[in-house]
Design a protein around this ligand. Structure first.
Ligand code: APR
Ligand code: PHB
Length: 402
């Protein structure tokens, strides 16, 4: 087995939205990066994930020069609807905050970023095996991997751990150097993608006696719908017919009457988890996106948080290479974590209010009271809207309390 050595400025591990976006932002700053991805590009594009973008995320994608198709095909929504006990309430996102959200699938963002990277000629290695970090705590880290049986080693200045929850980067850090926070929820989401013109104009989140359901969309001809399900359930237990029956029951009559049970294109069950690791910097290695945190999907924050982490990281690396020093790199972790914890709070709050939990009568009354308060109180609606459209990204150089 031969071995080849090269050098770059930043090695990015993972070609999900975090790694690809970081690559694109760095490329536009003239900073060299190599992306190493364990899977094939087709596999990465085959994963179905969420699709709600905050205005701040759209701004970052514009800044990265990858927003043309997003602007042409994305759908702007000025509100979302919550349903509970036969009551429907529209949270007026635009009227309450002046901002809206854009519906555009994560798969499409990934495709746009992959296309931009290919067009720029910047290097990506797909199906890179055994990615291993070396000397991440020293000033000259290295990353090795195997491709077609040949071992490669890349010397670099920094490693960006954009390799998701199951990645190698966080796993390379000794446990005594990291602190983790976790909550696992006692149910999952069964999601179905189907070609159907959405019979709802905006997203509908429903808390029903039978469990949570969400009516979402990907385009004017494609819907994405979810129902809360037991964690032990398997996809094979859920025929399309069973899924649509359950979805109709939870959504209530006037949506039920308009849903045609279109065949599923994709069907999967995902567990719900809240997770944060602290800090996000370990010597010359920086974590971003799902490698650093997981939110339950209820608040649609996962992708948006990944985008803000990566935006902060690219600013910190830009400052370093422009000889503006290490301060932004030193502050990266605390700057991200402030926003991460707020999104964790909101996602946890949405999850708690909208699902059926195995719990006591007191907890159920609390949930009912919270939702009724939300429906009746403009102040509560404004708070939800402010979080749903996304809290602002912090300006660089703002010092934060430690
Ligand atoms: N070596 C190389 N690549 C790896 C390794 C490894 N050892 N382990 C994981 N990867 C790759 C995965 O194959 C995946 O393509 O890292 C990538 C991580 O991508 P994502 O899991 O999509 O994470 P991220 O880019 O941070 O995107 C966050 O994804 O899960 C959603 O809600 C989340 O929308 C958010 C977004
Ligand atoms: C989705 O469209 O997949 C989606 C939308 C909103 C969420 C979660 C998922 O809160």
């Amino acid at each position: 087995m031969t071995s080849r050595e090269t050098r770059t400025q930043v090695v990015i591990v993972g070609a999900g939205p975090s790694g690809l976006l970081l690559g694109q932002l760095l490329q536009r700053q003239g900073i060299d990066a190599v992306i190493l991805e364990r899977r094939s590009a087709d596999y990465v594009l085959g994963r179905i994930r969420a699709g709600v973008l905050e205005q701040g995320s759209v701004d970052v994608l514009e800044h990265a020069g990858v927003a043309a198709r997003l602007h042409a095909e994305g759908m702007r929504h000025d509100g979302v609807e919550i349903r509970f006990r036969g009551r429907r309430h529209r949270i007026e996102l635009k009227a309450l905050t002046g901002r809206n959200v854009t519906i555009y699938g994560q798969t499409e963002i990934t495709r746009d970023l992959m296309d931009a990277r290919v067009a720029s000629g910047a290097p990506s290695v797909y199906e890179a095996e055994d990615v291993t970090l070396h000397d991440w705590d020293a000033t000259s880290p290295r990353v090795s991997y195997r491709e077609h049986g040949v071992v490669h080693e890349i010397a670099c200045d920094f490693i960006a751990g954009c390799d998701g929850y199951h990645g190698v980067c966080r796993a390379s850090i000794p446990l005594e150097r990291q602190r983790t926070f976790e909550r696992v929820y006692p149910f999952g989401w069964l999601g179905v993608l189907a070609d159907m013109s959405p019979p709802w104009a905006e997203l509908v989140y429903a808390n029903s006696e039978c469990g949570f359901a969400l009516a979402s969309m990907r385009s004017r001809t494609r819907v994405r719908c979810y129902v809360q399900c037991p964690l032990e359930d398997r996809v094979e237990q859920w025929s399309d017919q069973r899924f649509w029956d359950e979805f109709r029951r939870r959504m209530g009559e006037e949506i039920a009457d308009r849903v045609i049970g279109a065949p599923s294109i994709e069907k999967s069950i995902a567990p719900l988890r809240s997770f944060v690791v602290e800090p996000l910097r370990f010597g010359r290695m920086f974590l971003a996106g799902d490698a650093a945190h997981i939110v339950p999907p209820t608040g649609a924050k996962g992708l948006n948080l990944a985008i803000s982490d990566v935006f902060y990281l690219h600013e910190a690396l830009r400052d370093f290479y422009c000889a503006r020093g290490d301060r932004a790199l030193d502050e990266y972790s605390i700057r991200c974590l402030r926003r991460i914890w707020r999104a964790e709070r909101f996602s946890w709050w949405m999850t708690r209010q909208l699902h059926q939990f195995p719990g006591d009568a007191f907890s159920r009354r609390m949930q009912e009271t919270e939702l009724e308060y939300l429906f009746d109180s403009p102040a509560a609606q404004e708070s939800m809207a402010e979080n749903y459209v996304g809290l602002p990204l912090e300006q660089a150089g703002v010092s934060m309390p430690v």
